[in-house]
Ligand binder design. Structure first.
Ligand code: HEM
Ligand SMILES: *[C@@H]1O[C@H](CO)[C@@H](O)[C@H](O)[C@H]1NC(C)=O
Ligand SMILES: *[C@@H]1O[C@H](CO)[C@@H](O)[C@H](O)[C@H]1NC(C)=O
Length: 206
């Protein structure tokens, strides 16, 4: 990577960080969207009308990210999980999950950089995101480590059941909900177990 692209990258990351700080501050005074009125008009999910779920076909591409797989399973991004635009996936994450425009710009840019692709021009298949220690890492909540499993796009049902069973929170309607403490506890356990059972275990970030 040349010095110019390092400098332009720093400016880009710094710009997104500033934008994010401004959004965080403005959220202190802006009114929250009402429950049931979060999805913008004209987008999948508006009025609680989500495009139909259908499970992936053998030839479809899926990845280790449950959020992106769900969008493909509902046809919000191509059901094939292939030839996806970095720019468009960001837009769809924003309208589908009500994520900040900063996340929706930064993460696809990060993914493009990780795959050595052009954010504005290139396309990707979901499975490409499984590049080990790019974003995908050992000790995940819902998946076996890549050294222990053929493909990261397969969910590990016992992990999912354990996570759901570990939920200790209650919402206003007395539904059981997963709290951040629950997530943290289970993730701690996942990492400790992965470290013990996977000879190739690595953890880039603390
Ligand atoms: C373009 C944007 C995104 C990219 C490139 C991306 C990529 C990834 C990747 C590679 C993983 C696997 C990490 C691991 O090894 O655990 C992952 C996990 C995850 N992602 Fe995403 N993701 C994106 C957006 C989102 C969004 C919008 C959400 C939430 C609505 C989300 C929720 C999750 C969760 C909960 C996991 C953890 C799954 C687990 O530990 O098994 N992601 N993502
Ligand atoms: C994706 O793009 C490649 C190259 O342009 C093409 O060969 C392939 O048929 C496309 N796949 C899908 C599912 O659109
Ligand atoms: C990425 O693609 C855009 C649009 O085609 C082009 O203008 C830009 O120069 C490309 N960037 C790089 C680094 O190749």
């Amino acid at each position: 990577m040349g010095p110019f692209s390092i400098v332009s990258r720093l400016f880009l990351d710094f710009g997104i960080l500033c934008w994010d700080i401004l959004l965080t501050l403005s959220n202190l005074v802006r009114r929250k969207r009402r429950i049931g009125h979060v999805t913008p008009e004209g987008h999948p999910g508006y009025g609680k009308h989500w495009p139909e779920y259908s499970p992936p076909k053998e030839t479809d591409s899926r990845c280790s990210c449950p959020a992106l797989n769900a969008m493909a399973n509902h046809g919000i991004i191509p059901r094939s999980g292939r030839n996806i635009s970095f720019v468009e996936v960001g837009d769809h994450i924003r309208t589908t999950y009500n994520f900040s425009p900063t996340f929706c710009s930064f993460v696809p840019r990060f993914a493009a950089r990780m795959l050595k692709k052009n954010y504005s021009a290139d396309l990707f298949d979901l499975e490409e995101l499984d590049l080990h220690n790019g974003i995908e890492h050992d000790g995940s909540l819902l998946r076996l480590d890549s050294a222990l499993e053929q493909t990261q796009s397969t969910k590990h049902v016992p992990f999912i059941e354990e996570l759901l069973a570990a939920a200790t929170g209650k919402d206003k309607k007395d539904n059981t909900v997963i709290t951040t403490k629950d997530l943290s506890r289970i993730l701690g356990k996942r990492r400790a177990v992965a470290r013990a059972v996977n000879k190739e275990f690595s953890q880039l970030f603390p």
